[in-house]
Design a binder for this molecule. Structure first.
Ligand SMILES: NC(=O)C1=CN([C@@H]2O[C@H](COP(=O)(O)OP(=O)(O)OC[C@H]3O[C@@H](n4cnc5c(N)ncnc54)[C@H](OP(=O)(O)O)[C@@H]3O)[C@@H](O)[C@H]2O)C=CC1
Ligand SMILES: N[C@@H](CC=O)C(=O)O
Length: 368
């Protein structure tokens, strides 16, 4: 049985769904000769980990308890004494995470799974890859920081996976890598979103923790940047032209998420509705589009024919059209649910399984 140790950072909608997928797939994974051994889970302030991270794990009952506590909005420190595991608070948890990485990184291997939405994990990830750990990302921020951070992470191509950072569980990254690594084309591609923002979308797990990350275009811009960098574009977020759907006075510096959802977002309705009506009069619909073509990298609303591939999008669907030397007249099209905790966690789980060959084997540094 191949034993894959993992430490989960972030136990929100996606992280909890991942833990539930891990538990519910136990027998399936056993049939495949694999056991995912969760040795620790952390949130923004605490860490819960197995009493012996080399031989033990957080058992399924503990993982369920972790999900219960976090779904109640509590910190992991509320877990208290759970027998086989230990809970550390903020000051000790960061040091303990690094100790675990140093202990397991080059011995058994360890997958650091980042399902947070924080930039604070960037420093941790850049250190643990140097210790021989693997990194699996749902969090886009480690890949959309400064080029130095990006270059550090991708300098270990065999030990980093980030399928869910763009289009949730859709095979976007894998498809683009398969095209890019055949030969370095300079493809242009279009990214479409059907906006489905509001309290219901947040409750469905479609939005970022702060939906303004979606409505400002910043989340789409992060995805665009990940794809552009994957294609060799040495650019940063501030190189991307972004159209926000809300004014600065509704931004994070001016009001809380709760205030924005309670009063800010509703005040946007009239303007958006007017734009929708105007588009419909032209037989068009509004779509939030990201275009990366040549030196152009833009994110914003466009009027598009309602019967076009992008115009036919519904719900949380994304569609990615990739034009390249091989797909120059008819694009490669990837379409499907591009948001939601379930599909995102499934993409993360697939990435963890994909790196199993680089984990749980005695490692010789020169090999990896
Ligand atoms: N939902 C979707 O459809 C998709 C989401 N993603 C990405 O998945 C990530 C998670 O999204 P979601 O689950 O909705 O977010 P949530 O806000 O629900 O959960 C985020 C979790 O991260 C924890 N956290 C915050 N800071 C840190 C830190 N420094 N170290 C460790 N953990 C930390 C939070 O802890 P605490 O509870 O203490 O606040 C919380 O448990 C995001 O980056 C998002 O962009 C990617 C693709 C699709
Ligand atoms: N908020 C994002 C979730 C996936 O990245 C989206 O709307 O697609």
């Amino acid at each position: 049985m191949k034993n894959i140790p993992l430490l989960l950072m972030g136990c929100g909608g996606v992280g909890r769904q991942l833990l539930q997928h891990i538990v519910s797939c136990r027998s399936l994974h056993a049939q495949q000769g694999v056991h995912l051994r969760v040795i620790g889970v952390c949130d923004s302030k605490s860490l819960v980990f197995a009493s012996d991270v080399i031989t033990r794990e957080l058992n399924d009952q503990t993982l369920y308890e972790v999900c219960r506590v976090k779904s109640n909005g509590s910190s992991l420190s509320a877990l208290g004494d759970l027998g086989e595991c230990i809970v550390y608070g903020n000051s000790e948890s960061k040091r303990k995470v690094m100790d675990i990485a140093a202990l397991l990184g080059k011995a058994t291997g360890l997958a650091f799974v980042d399902c947070s939405a924080s930039s604070e994990t960037i420093g941790v990830l850049n250190q643990v890859v140097d210790m021989g750990c693997c990194v699996v990302l749902a969090n886009k921020k480690p890949l959309t920081s400064i080029m130095e951070d990006y270059d550090k992470l991708v300098s270990y191509p065999r030990r980093i996976r980030h399928e869910s950072t763009v289009g949730a569980g859709l095979p976007v990254i894998a498809s683009l890598k398969s095209i890019t690594f055949i030969r370095r084309p300079s493809p242009s591609y279009y990214w479409e979103f059907e906006w489905y923002i509001g309290i219901s979308a947040k409750n469905l797990g479609f939005t970022e923790p702060d939906p303004r990350d979606d409505l400002s275009g910043m989340d789409v811009a992060r995805k665009a940047l990940i794809l552009a960098r994957l294609l060799g574009r040495r650019i940063n977020l501030d190189n991307i032209k972004i159209e926000s759907l809300y004014p600065d006075e509704m931004g994070p510096d001016a009001m809380s998420v709760e205030e924005f959802l309670a009063s800010g977002i509703v005040s946007l309705d009239n303007d958006v509705q007017e734009r929708v009506k105007k588009a419909l009069l032209n037989g068009n619909v509004l779509r939030y589009v990201c275009v990366i073509e040549g030196s152009r990298c833009e994110v914003g609303i466009q009027e598009l024919p309602k019967d076009s591939p992008l115009g036919r999008l519904r719900g949380s669907d994304n569609v990615l059209e990739i034009y390249s030397r091989c797909y120059n007249k008819q694009p490669l099209v990837i379409q499907g649910a591009g948001a939601g905790n379930d599909t995102t966690a499934a993409g993360v789980l697939a990435d963890i399984l994909d790196i199993q060959d680089f984990i749980s084997l005695k490692r010789v540094d020169s090999v990896w």
